[in-house]
Write a protein that binds this ligand. Structure first.
Ligand code: MN
Length: 265
């Protein structure tokens, strides 16, 4: 056994010990999947994503006297969910671009949490820009390559209509501008971008250039999206490690998933 193997063994034992004794805390970044959790609403000329549905098979009754279980169905992009590169046309020809083929190594990565909750409370159409990231980096240091950038807006605390905030002219929710997403991919080599809102893009991003820039640039570069995250207010600006393993759906473009963050207690 090499010294490197020994070191890895020690780290694993320490990791298990710290999780067991509370030295490491697990923060659940996931909303509960239920039929009433808002789904994205597309313009009427496009296809629509189905909400989560649950249908009882049996509950200790004639259909199954000793067991309880359900059939479930949902759109791939329902609830707290993961976007794979194939979700957008810019990523459609990339290798390993579906949830069943993406590298498992990418399912664990550090997170940088950019707190824009104040700006988002003042303006539902708040847009994160490069200047906001540079200001964050002056305080917390550079965003490391292959780490997540998570946009904290406290939007996950809203419920019902306020969450989707769908008005006559479309959704009004905060998100990144086009420049910052391109910049985070090219200048910081991020692994992905996560939000508390229904999309990685702002509610009005269909009018941006290019339309839906987060989807356009992230997936075109083989990077990922996380949406409908919760509890970002429990994470430090830097230092959390995110575990995000989507369901292994053959040729899937995304999936609901349990997103966990490990932080020092
Ligand atoms: Mn999605």
């Amino acid at each position: 056994m090499s010294a490197r193997d020994d070191a890895a063994d020690v780290v694993l034992v320490q990791l298990a010990g710290l999780v067991a004794d509370g030295g490491l805390k697990l923060v659940d970044l996931t909303h509960t999947l239920s039929p009433d959790f808002p789904t994205i609403v597309m313009p009427p000329e496009f296809g629509q994503s189905a909400p989560f549905r649950m249908e009882r098979i049996s509950c200790y009754d004639g259909d199954g006297p000793a067991w309880y279980w359900n059939n479930i169905s949902f759109g791939e992009h329902t609830g707290t969910h993961f976007d794979a590169p194939i979700h957008w046309y810019t990523g459609k020809d990339l290798p390993l671009n579906t949830v069943d083929t993406l590298p498992t190594r990418d399912m664990i990565a550090p997170a940088n949490v950019i707190d824009c909750s104040r700006q988002s409370a003042a303006d539902a159409d708040f847009l994160l820009g490069v200047e906001d990231i540079l200001a964050w980096e002056r305080e917390h240091g550079l965003i490391a390559p292959r780490s997540w950038v998570l946009l904290r807006t406290d939007w996950s605390k809203k419920t019902g209509r306020d969450y989707a905030n769908l008005l006559d002219d479309g959704a009004h929710t905060p998100g990144p501008d086009a420049d910052v997403i391109r910049w985070l991919v090219t200048e910081r080599d991020i692994i992905g971008f996560g939000t508390e809102t229904i999309g990685t893009d702002a509610g009005q991003a269909g009018h941006f250039s290019p339309p839906y820039p987060a989807h356009h640039f992230l997936h075109g570069a083989g990077r990922y999206g996380l949406q409908c995250l919760a509890n970002l207010d429990q994470l430090p600006p830097k230092g959390a490690v995110v575990i995000a393993a989507p369901l292994k759906i053959r040729h899937g473009s995304g999936s609901p998933l349990r997103v966990l963050a490990l932080i020092a207690a």
